[in-house]
Design a protein around this ligand. Structure first.
Ligand SMILES: [Zn+2]
Length: 382
């Protein structure tokens, strides 16, 4: 095992946290990281041209380090992190109390995900200092992850040469996330026809009534041990005496199983179709065609890693070498790893020690960050 330079790692983590980088404003941290990775000897730094599509100041970065020594020609892997943070993130100041880092209290810390980036920088410094043999390593740094995995969604997977990788982006330590659910958020708009409810009710077609019929056919909550469905918001109508012309329903489906995910989504279409086809016009409503529109607002595919696959095998061996016990878990949320997996790149999510993320109480223990670097070093040299 190598000796991590704690002082350098702490300084680098603080520096990154204090470069504000809320989603879409990653330009400054991207420039700083390109400089750092250039100095570390990257053979290629590619900024993709997705800024227009993501609305960010810059693109995603794919950075390549050549292999060294006896492992030079071996197949490598990628490490990924996101450069953006949630807000409040203006004027982040890091407070250090012994080994614990927090913000000054008025912003997030940004350890999500700068803990991962700082660990990668320290890893590359150690590999170089020690002249260690390692395979090629790619660093993938995305924008706009916190907005709904937007940067990763636009990233062209052909840019990444490695067959698999590790997203350093989860709380806890010595935890590896090997599964995460598919999810979609959507809005369904049902349209009928408005009419005065007292004077001309015959002329109206209630969108609310149609929506209720459809929703009445659909189970919600936990649908099975790996799937959930919810309709969280319904809005529509304009007055108590007007038949509602349109209602909008916001909902979501999640499942760890791709087939079930598709089936539960299809059930929604079926229920709304049936409700609309079950409606029949009469002499007053012959010219009305009620309808529904399903608009996908966000979504990502399920992540499900095979425990016998090379991505898990490598990290298992890496942990064994340094006598580390890793916990392999299935998580409830989505991350860039879901997107990479959906693009054919198996990606395990590795905990970085970040905690209380997305709050102004966010904190990080330097000892956890050191232990992450040790694990990464073993991953690179195993
Ligand atoms: Zn994150």
């Amino acid at each position: 095992m190598t000796t991590v330079n704690r002082k350098r790692l702490a300084a680098s983590f603080i520096e990154l946290c204090e470069i504000d980088s809320p989603s879409q404003r990653e330009g400054k941290i991207s420039r700083r990281l390109q400089k750092i990775f250039t100095e570390l000897g990257a053979v290629e730094i590619h900024e993709d041209s997705t800024a227009e599509a993501t609305g960010s100041e810059c693109g995603n970065l794919v950075i390549r380090f050549a292999g060294q020594g006896a492992k030079k020609g071996e197949d490598g892997f990628f490490l990924s992190c996101h450069m953006d943070t949630v807000e409040p993130a203006d004027g982040v100041r890091v407070v250090r109390n012994e080994d614990i880092f927090t913000s000054a209290g008025d912003t997030i810390l940004g350890g999500d995900d700068k803990s991962g980036i700082a660990a990668i920088i320290e890893l590359l410094m150690l590999l170089r200092e020690n002249g260690a043999d390692h395979p090629p390593i790619e660093i993938v740094l995305t924008v706009c992850e916190e907005m709904g995995l937007v940067g990763a969604t636009h990233l062209a997977p052909e840019r990444i040469q490695s067959a698999y990788g590790y997203a350093l982006d989860s709380s806890g330590i010595d935890r590896v996330i090997v599964g995460a659910p598919a999810a979609s958020k959507f809005a369904i708009t049902v349209t009928g026809r408005a009419a005065h409810a007292g004077l001309a009710p015959e002329r109206g077609v209630s969108a609310l009534q149609l929506a209720v019929r459809a929703l009445g056919e659909l189970a919600v909550g936990r649908l099975d041990e790996e799937s959930t469905r919810n309709f969280g918001v319904i809005e529509g109508g304009v007055a108590f005496n007007i038949i509602p012309e349109s209602v909008v329903i916001h909902g979501e489906v999640r499942s760890h199983n791709a087939e079930k995910f598709a089936a539960y989504t299809e059930e929604i279409h079926h229920a709304f179709n049936t409700a609309i086809e079950g409606w029949h016009p009469d002499e007053y409503t012959e010219d009305v065609k009620p309808r529904y529109d399903f608009q996908q607002l966000a979504g990502y595919p399920a992540l499900r890693l095979d425990m016998a696959s090379p991505v898990i095998d490598r990290i298992r061996r890496a942990a064994d070498v340094i006598g580390r016990e890793l916990e392999y878990v299935v998580a409830g949320g989505g991350s860039d790893a879901n997107i990479f997996f959906g693009k054919g790149l198996p990606t395990a999510i590795v905990a970085t020690g970040m905690s209380k993320v997305h709050t102004t109480e966010e904190e990080l223990d330097l000892n956890d960050l050191v232990s992450l670097v040790e694990l990464l070093y073993s991953l690179a040299t195993v």
